[in-house]
Design a protein around this ligand. Structure first.
Ligand SMILES: Cc1cc2nc3c(=O)[nH]c(=O)nc-3n(C[C@H](O)[C@H](O)[C@H](O)COP(=O)(O)OP(=O)(O)OC[C@H]3O[C@@H](n4cnc5c(N)ncnc54)[C@H](O)[C@@H]3O)c2cc1C
Length: 51
């Protein structure tokens, strides 16, 4: 679990393998990217978000 608060000195890192496939790949985890991913996921569309 990542400590809180999150800082630029301690960015969240995902060490697992990337998904083999996704319906949508979003580049950039800003508000637009995260919100788009959320709304797609709510429609059961698989999303990979790359930040
Ligand atoms: C100092 C400052 C203060 C602000 N204050 C306000 C405010 O008070 N109120 C307000 O409404 N708006 C404010 N804004 C504007 C607001 O932050 C932006 O309009 C909003 O964040 C834009 O969202 P976005 O998702 O389009 O882009 P961003 O938030 O810029 O997200 C883009 C993401 O893409 C990532 N990225 C970029 N290139 C790549 C790449 N090649 N591969 C992977 N990831 C990548 C970046 O790391 C970033 O996380 C402020 C902006 C700044 C700079």
């Amino acid at each position: 679990m990542t400590a809180f608060p999150i800082t630029e000195a301690m960015p969240i890192q995902f060490g697992g393998p990337l998904p083999g496939a996704a319906d949508v790949v979003i580049i950039g985890g800003g508000i637009i990217g995260v919100t788009t991913a959320l709304f797609l996921a709510r429609r059961n569309i698989s999303v990979t978000l790359v930040e």
